[in-house]
Structure formats: structure tokens, C-alpha cells
Design a protein. Structure first.
Length: 222
């Protein structure tokens, strides 16, 4: 653990006091993750752990927090599943805008992949798997059970295939939708529940179905 600045430690402890519910484990996780030398805090960045969480960083991985990063959260129907972040094989996680990973969601970065979060949230049980690049724009709304899969889980003919995924600003991805590698989703777009997105979706469009197709343009949502 790196040197702990007293004022910063006090601020972190006061934040977790609002959520920890007298849980020694949550208090300890907040202290460890906010002052762990493997996690680099910049600007106003900090981690706020509010339900059981696992963050696993291998020696060659990088995690940079530049904005409030809330991990976990008690829902109406608590899943009891930890929120998980795993970064290995030279992977990088960057949090550039305020972001919330709700209970049971996960981010897995392998093979030198990079995930960049500019702001928004991932709801219960949502998952990112990245071996290349996943970039999520400010104001993203990612519903429960969404899967963002930027790379193959297994090698094919000795190679792990991956293609970048770009998700624009203020994008709403509906429950249990699947976003596959090589896809770009434009600003303000909506992806319907259960959709399987295999091709680009332009800005301001609603796409639904398997495979997802644009059925409406110039949509506005709040």
C-alpha cells in the first residue's frame, strides 16, 4: 500500500460511513483500494465501494481513476454477487468521468486491452469483456444483464480476435442486449432490450432485434 495522506484518508472514511452499514469488510476495501499503489488516482478521482467488491490487478496492469468511481450498490432485490474488476496481461482501465458499476456487474480486461469510461453507469449483472479497446461515452445508461464483448473468449487457430467497440455519449442500452466486437454506437442512440448488435448504429437511432436493425431515426430520450 502506498503512503496514505491523512486528509484523503479521512475523506474516504467519511464517504464510506454513509454506505458501509458497520461492515468492517467495506471499510477495509475502501481504504485498500483508494490507497493501493497499483491504482493511480488523478484529479478528483476516488473509488467508493458500497457493497462487496473484488478488484484484481496483475503486475503489468494499469488502473487510472480521474473521477468518482462508485462500485457496487444495494438494490431492491440484492443479488449477493460481488462486483468484479479483473485486469491482466497489460490491460488498462481508465475512468475519466463519474461512473457507477452496480452490484454484480463486471469488467474483465485481458491481452493488453483498454477500457475507457467517460461517465454513466452499468446496472446489475452487466459485463464488459475486452482484449482490445472499449470506449464508453459520457452519460451511458447500460441496463441489467447487458454484455459488451469486444473479443473472443477463446483463441481460434491460435489467435484471439478482437475489434474496438465505441459507445457514444448519452446512449441507452436495454436489458440483456449484447454488443459484439467491431461495433460503433452513435451519440443518443437506443438499443432495445435483448438486441444483438453486430453492425454500427448511427447517432439518434433506435435499433432492436437479432441481429439489431434500425427501426427509427431522430429519437430523443431522457
Amino acid at each position: 500500500m502506498k503512503h496514505i495522506h491523512p486528509k484523503r484518508l479521512i475523506r474516504n472514511l467519511l464517504r464510506v460511513a454513509c454506505h458501509a452499514r458497520f461492515s468492517p469488510k467495506l471499510w477495509w476495501q475502501n481504504v485498500c483500494y483508494n490507497h493501493w499503489k497499483k491504482i493511480r488516482m488523478e484529479n478528483a478521482g476516488y473509488i467508493d465501494v458500497i457493497s462487496p467488491t473484488e478488484i484484481n490487478l496483475y503486475d503489468d496492469s494499469t488502473c487510472i481513476i480521474r473521477a468518482p468511481f462508485v462500485v457496487g450498490g444495494f438494490t431492491i432485490a440484492q443479488s449477493g454477487i460481488n462486483t468484479r474488476i479483473g485486469i491482466k496481461m497489460g490491460g488498462v482501465l481508465e475512468v475519466n468521468g463519474s461512473f457507477h458499476l452496480l452490484e454484480g456487474s463486471s469488467i474483465v480486461i485481458i491481452n493488453g486491452g483498454r477500457v475507457v469510461l467517460h461517465g454513466g453507469y452499468m446496472n446489475v449483472g452487466a459485463k464488459i469483456v475486452c482484449g482490445g479497446l472499449v470506449e464508453i461515452g459520457e452519460g451511458a445508461t447500460i441496463a441489467p444483464g447487458v454484455v459488451i464483448h469486444e473479443c473472443d473468449a477463446h483463441e481460434i487457430e491460435g489467435r484471439l480476435s478482437s475489434k474496438p467497440i465505441y459507445i457514444g455519449k448519452h446512449v441507452w442500452i436495454g436489458e440483456k442486449a449484447i454488443i459484439l466486437k467491431g461495433v460503433s454506437i452513435g451519440d443518443g442512440a437506443i438499443i432495445g432490450a435483448g438486441a444483438v448488435v453486430t453492425k454500427d448504429v448511427p447517432a439518434g437511432c433506435l435499433a432492436v432485434g437479432n441481429p439489431a436493425k434500425v427501426i427509427r431515426e431522430n429519437v430523443i430520450w431522457k
